[in-house]
Design a protein around this ligand. Structure first.
Ligand code: PGA
Length: 249
């Protein structure tokens, strides 16, 4: 059976000390969660967060990784480097990376392979922008994102992937997809996985919702049959809000 997950995405927030403080607060407050809990942090926090959280119920992840293995790529951080910090997950294909850093399907496919090769579980993000939803093409947008960057994987590789559906118009805007809107796409994603890898794989794949998820709406979203948790931005920056979402399970 698939796992329920609540994952935080700090984005470009928290200096070193602030990150350490938040990690320590979470370590104290997250006890016996009814789901897996992950914090995805900027690179500078990874080693320290993984060290502090070792033996706790909280796992650590990165927010991105390089398409390259190693070498002369100033400013890049490789999947192997991330893995060496103790991190276990890596967000790939967040809409902010796709939009601001022009990450293509092909690049994301390479990043997913890099993560898997280094034993990091990708949290692969998909989602449509507002205009695409207005045109009613959200299903085909998400379908292309998944097919182009994930469906080259073997079944063994795909089994390690977590998918996150994040409608871009809901990210950081306070506009949450309704539970029905989110469920519709989650079910669609699961059907795509079933068609490619079989029903069992589809049933075992965790599909998260992201986009203005908060303690007040998490319960309703997580109650839907195909929503297996959340990828949390703004509300992951405060321990009490993040715990409120975890406690929705
Ligand atoms: P948000 O961000 O919760 O602040 O909307 C979610 C995300 O971008 O992962």
């Amino acid at each position: 059976m698939r796992k329920n997950i609540v994952a935080g995405n700090w984005k470009m927030n928290k200096n070193f000390q602030e990150g350490l403080d938040l990690v320590n607060e979470l370590k104290e407050k997250v006890v016996n969660p009814n789901c897996e809990v992950i914090v995805c942090t900027p690179f500078i926090h990874l080693a320290c967060a993984a060290d502090e959280l070792e033996g706790s119920v909280i796992a650590v992840g990165a927010e991105d990784c390089s398409t390259h293995e190693s070498g002369a790529y100033t400013g890049e951080v490789s999947a192997a480097m991330i893995k060496s910090t103790g991190a276990k997950y890596c967000i790939i294909g967040h809409s902010e990376r796709r939009t601001y850093f022009k990450e293509s399907h092909e690049m994301l496919k390479e990043k997913v392979l890099m993560a898997l090769k280094n034993d990091l579980r990708p949290i692969f993000c998909v989602g449509e922008v507002k205009e695409q939803r207005e045109q009613g093409i959200q299903n085909s947008v998400v379908e292309a994102q998944i097919k182009e960057s994930l469906f080259n994987l073997t079944a063994e590789e795909f089994a390690k992937v977590v998918v996150a559906y994040e409608p871009v118009w809901a990210i950081g805007t306070g506009l949450t997809a309704t539970p029905d809107q989110a469920e519709e796409i989650h079910a669609h994603i699961r059907s795509l996985i079933a068609a490619k890898y079989g029903k069992e794989m589809a049933e075992n794949t965790t599909i998260l919702y992201g986009g203005s998820c908060k303690p007040s709406n998490a319960k309703e979203l997580f109650a839907k049959p195909d929503i297996d948790g959340g990828l949390i931005g703004g509300a992951a920056l405060k321990a009490d809000d993040f715990c409120g979402i975890i406690n929705a399970f």
